[in-house]
Write a protein that binds this ligand. Structure first.
Ligand SMILES: [Zn+2]
Length: 258
């Protein structure tokens, strides 16, 4: 069922499914954060287009051996535009589902930290690709709030080292060449299998294993609702596919029916 009109009877039906669901597991991708002004990486004004060395910082092997690349990475990280992003109405709609006791899990491919920033509980949010909101020491694994490290960068430490052991640090995200964290993936897939409704939002659902949330939930009997600006790899699993602007569709979908 393809739906692109919030005033249609089909949309009302899906809204009813959401209102009646008891264990919703959501999976989100970049599309939910677009309205927050998260800059893209490879577009004309993308972070990596403007700063190609920062793209190299996204590969763990290069990051470890090349100080110049790390310095470019920290410089890109300290970009004001990235540090001031705020959650938008889409994130807040998922906070509302948690407030009503309906949210069972929130699996995200995003590293922007905006779900926790909006008010979803850390225990429910499974950040499968890590988070920008912390740094981690590569040697002793110490995790610190990112702002603490970025203030050191602002103050002139171009390649800040761990305050505890002197090791190299990085944003606490999974870089190219690094394995995902098995425990986080396992918890995310378990949340999918325990759900009675899977809500996939703003993801093209082509990155495994996170996208497996959809078929795993479906196989365990959940309804699948996909909301995206474009078709996805998993539309054939969808009981309903809502095509359009997430900032418009998601708040309307989560609103309690009259
Ligand atoms: Zn350390």
């Amino acid at each position: 069922m393809l739906i692109n009109n919030v005033n249609s009877p089909e949309f009302a039906l899906v809204r009813q499914w959401i209102a009646e669901a008891q264990r919703i597991t959501a999976i989100t991708g970049a599309g939910i954060s677009t309205a927050s002004g998260i800059p893209d990486f490879r577009g004309p004004n993308g972070l990596w287009t403007k700063n190609p060395l920062a793209e190299k910082a996204s590969n763990i092997r290069v990051y470890l051996k090349d100080e110049e690349v790390r310095i470019a990475g920290w410089k890109a990280s300290s970009d004001r535009q990235l540090r001031s992003v705020e959650p938008n109405v889409g994130h807040h709609a998922l906070v509302e589902l948690e407030r009503r006791g309906q949210l069972h899990g929130l699996v995200t491919q995003n590293v922007d930290g905006l779900h926790v920033g909006a008010g979803n509980s850390r225990e429910l949010v499974h950040e499968v690709h890590g988070t920008w909101q912390f740094t981690r020491c590569i040697s002793c694994r110490e995790q610190r709030p990112v702002e603490e490290t970025l203030k050191r960068v602002d103050a002139g430490e171009a390649d800040p080292k761990c305050l505890k052991c002197g090791g190299l640090m990085k944003r606490d995200v999974i870089l190219f060449g690094e394995a995902l964290v098995d425990e986080v993936i396992a918890v995310a897939l378990k949340a999918a299998e325990e759900a009675d409704l899977i809500l996939a939002i703003g993801s093209s659902l082509n990155v495994m294993p996170a996208a497996n949330v959809v078929p795993r939930g479906k196989a365990a009997g959940a309804k699948v609702v996909i909301i995206n600006g474009q078709p996805t790899e998993m539309d054939h699993f969808a009981d309903a596919f809502l095509l359009g602007d997430i900032s418009e569709l998601l708040p309307a979908l989560v609103a309690i029916p009259d």
